[in-house]
Write a protein that binds this ligand. Structure first.
Ligand SMILES: [Zn+2]
Length: 191
């Protein structure tokens, strides 16, 4: 079965399960997102490992599984590119994050390392934060929660569309008031 979403729509996140026929299970969570994976992690009695991104160790009150690896967000690309290249062929990835963009950044690293789409299981993002791609000046902005949004690059007021670009892990933004820049539409929370 091919995943439906392409460049032109929002990704969908079907429910995910641990597949006991798979040899190796790799769990990766962004800041604060591991608890939503913990049920799956506990249900998995195969070989497994667990990685947490961007959690400040001094402030952790949550009890992570023993042997859990912690990395900074800035080390994500390097660490995971190397790690993914060494995984057994029969591996599933389980991803959770507040930011949808992080899920797809990791997804892209995994695909580049040779994993198939069907091996990459993503929980629905835990927040409505989107990465926005400005189609006018190509600026990427993280943490966007409402529309329209002023592009920090070109200052145009962008309509945040539901069209998702996997290449940028971002939603596409187009100027909403090109004809009359003094026309400022009301702000709406993204869902
Ligand atoms: Zn822009």
């Amino acid at each position: 079965m091919q995943p439906v979403p392409t460049i032109k729509s929002r990704p969908v996140y079907p429910a995910i399960h641990v597949d006991p026929s798979v040899a190796y299970h790799l769990f990766i969570a962004g800041t604060g997102a591991f608890p939503s994976l913990s049920e799956l992690y506990n249900a998995c009695d195969g070989e497994r490992s667990c990685w947490v991104i961007g959690e400040s160790l001094q402030h952790i009150s949550y009890k992570y599984p023993k042997g859990c690896h912690f990395i900074d967000e800035s080390a994500m690309q390097e660490t995971f590119s190397k790690l993914f290249a060494t995984l057994p062929i029969s591996t599933n990835l389980y991803l959770a994050s507040k930011q949808e963009s992080m899920l797809w950044d990791i997804h892209r690293l995994a695909v580049n390392a040779g994993l198939g789409q069907e091996q990459i299981k993503k929980l629905e993002p835990l927040s409505n934060e989107r990465r926005l791609f400005c189609t006018h000046c190509y600026t990427l902005t993280d943490g966007v929660t409402y529309t329209p949004y002023e592009c920090p690059g070109c200052k145009r007021l962008l309509l945040v569309r539901d069209h998702f670009s996997k290449l940028h892990s971002a939603y596409v933004g187009v100027q909403i008031n090109a004809e009359d820049p003094s026309d400022i539409p009301e702000r709406e929370e993204l869902i």
